[in-house]
Design a protein around this ligand. Structure first.
Ligand code: 2AM
Ligand code: CA
Length: 266
């Protein structure tokens, strides 16, 4: 697997921030027993990871723009390129000592995602993709699962957070999907969910109310693994709408139909 210089920059940034998060995750596990909990500590871990990534990426490409979860967007002097970064996706898991979190770094060129890295430092799983070059888990080429019927499928989803999203609407989606599939999973990191679809572990995934940094790298992973990714309107404006439904060609279509089924009248 040959990585471009740009993808290598992204990988190095993810690995370096991953070391920092790993150290802090060890500490978080010790802090669970304190009454105040590790909340402030985790915010600091998050900010530290973003600074590491920002500095690595901007050192390599000082003119590119930078959109990161933890800061205001920085417009680059190069109008064509933008990094889209989530230094810690799955914050709630991290906070609770659950080793299911990730760093997500994407590169956008003229509005199109051309590079993506998702790294889970707790499992040392590094997912990478470049447009036209395929998707990889460490050195292994990825392919989405090939199941064609929903009743054989394990589907990932996101559950709206306390005080956010439309809980009633989600429950209708859940009710419809659980009546059709073999199993439903919720990891708590959208970037990892998408990586799991790319790796063929999940047959599909849906969620709404996401931010661009949760999805940008994962979308490219799924596409480069041969999957289909659309928003809830059946278009490709996932970053704009915050909604996503994906899987292989058949499962994406079938899952979208079930997720968008109208609310039953009785
Ligand atoms: P985060 O951990 O970076 O916040 C899981 O459903 C997804 O929702 C994750 O990608 C997670 O990203 C995001 N998420 C978690 N808490 C959130 C909140 N309060 N508001 C919006 N998104 C959130
Ligand atoms: Ca996130």
């Amino acid at each position: 697997m040959a990585r471009s210089a740009l993808l290598n920059v992204m990988v190095q940034a993810a690995l370096k921030a991953g070391k920092s998060l790993s150290r802090d995750f060890g500490e978080v596990q010790n802090l669970q027993v304190s009454v105040k909990g590790p909340g402030d500590f985790v915010s600091q871990a998050d900010l530290k990871a973003q600074k590491i990534i920002h500095d690595e990426l901007l050192k390599a490409r000082p003119t590119y723009g930078f959109l990161g979860e933890e800061s205001e967007e920085i417009k680059g002097t190069d109008g064509a390129h933008r990094w889209i970064v989530d230094p810690l996706d799955g914050t709630t898991n991290f906070l609770h000592g659950i080793p299911m979190f990730s760093i997500s770094i994407a590169l956008e060129r003229n509005g199109e995602i051309v590079g993506g890295v998702v790294f889970n430092p707790a499992t040392d799983e590094l997912y990478t993709a470049e447009r036209g070059g395929g998707a990889f888990l460490n050195d292994r080429r990825l392919r989405v699962a090939s199941r064609r019927v929903l009743s054989d499928c394990v589907i990932g989803c996101g559950v709206p957070h306390l005080g956010r999203g439309n809980h009633g609407k989600f429950l209708v989606e859940l009710r419809h999907v659980m009546g059709e599939v073999a199993g439903i999973r919720r990891l708590g990191s959208a970037a990892l969910d998408l990586a799991y679809v790319a790796a063929g572990r999940f047959d599909g995934f849906w969620e709404m109310g996401l931010s661009p940094w949760d999805m940008a790298a994962g979308i490219l992973l799924v596409r480069e693994a041969g999957g289909f990714v659309l928003d809830f309107d059946g278009g490709t404006d996932m970053l704009g709408t915050g909604s996503i439904i994906c899987g292989n060609e058949h499962i994406q279509k079938a899952l979208a139909e079930v997720v968008k089924r109208p609310i039953p009248t009785k």
